[in-house]
Design a protein around this ligand. Sequence first.
Ligand code: ADP
Ligand code: MG
Length: 252
Amino acid sequence: MIGIHGTPGEDGKLQGYFDLTGLPYTSCDSATSALTFNKRYTVAVAAFAGIDVAKSVHIFKHSPVTPAQILSQLSLPVFVKPNNGGSSIGMSKVNAAADLAGALEKAFKEDDQVLVEEFIAGREFTIGVFKSTKGIITLPITEVKSKKDFFDYEAKYQGLSEEITPAQVDEVIAEKVRSTAKKIYELFNCRGVVRIDFIYNEARQAAYMLEINTVPGQSEASIVPQQVRAMGWTLKEFYSALIEDALTRRKS
Ligand SMILES: Nc1ncnc2c1ncn2[C@@H]1O[C@H](COP(=O)(O)OP(=O)(O)O)[C@@H](O)[C@H]1O
Ligand SMILES: [Mg+2]
């Protein structure tokens, strides 16, 4: 059961090592972990399969791009994020062109690659998906309501957000989120439990995928444990199902 955020538990390195040594594990394999650790590669693969994602520009530190070049391709507001990593560190929402350069600089302090994405308006949902020996199961959906401008570090870890599990949402929207999440899980050949972040845009009636977390938080207060409890399972039952699936896979 891999529970390490970031490198080497979330980016595929540990998974590659376990594959070499023949040790079974509950998470996505090394290729899927490495791919989904890169936000841009994740949205690119998803878009190829027809999943809705925000329009974006991918920038590398070694080939700088001017704010004007970015804004010739994307419309404001935009999100500027370090392309790898998580926890919203180094991320900004930019409403005015004059603030883009500063936001890029901040993101490049965290990573050599930066992703600039168009802002998607709508309600934010996040959903756990896992594979048991009986097939792919989606957990109850959580709605994230941030008291800040977006679900940033303070909102996430300092209580400035509200997480509602199960989300109070129309069945049509819930089904859209669930079916999209399941499709993404299959598309990326995921294993174990992953948590997929979405923004549901009402006008386009579309669930926009933001990212896939292949090692979602498992603390008592974390979202996946909330969803497991909402499903009526104990965490012990849940982790047992994940381990059972990982061991079955080794036999096959
Ligand atoms: N394109 C976007 N449109 C609207 N909100 C976004 C967008 N990208 C990110 N966000 C907001 O920022 C938060 C963090 O972004 P995310 O890509 O999930 O990174 P992290 O790895 O930090 O969780 C999201 O939960 C959401 O509130
Ligand atoms: Mg996220």
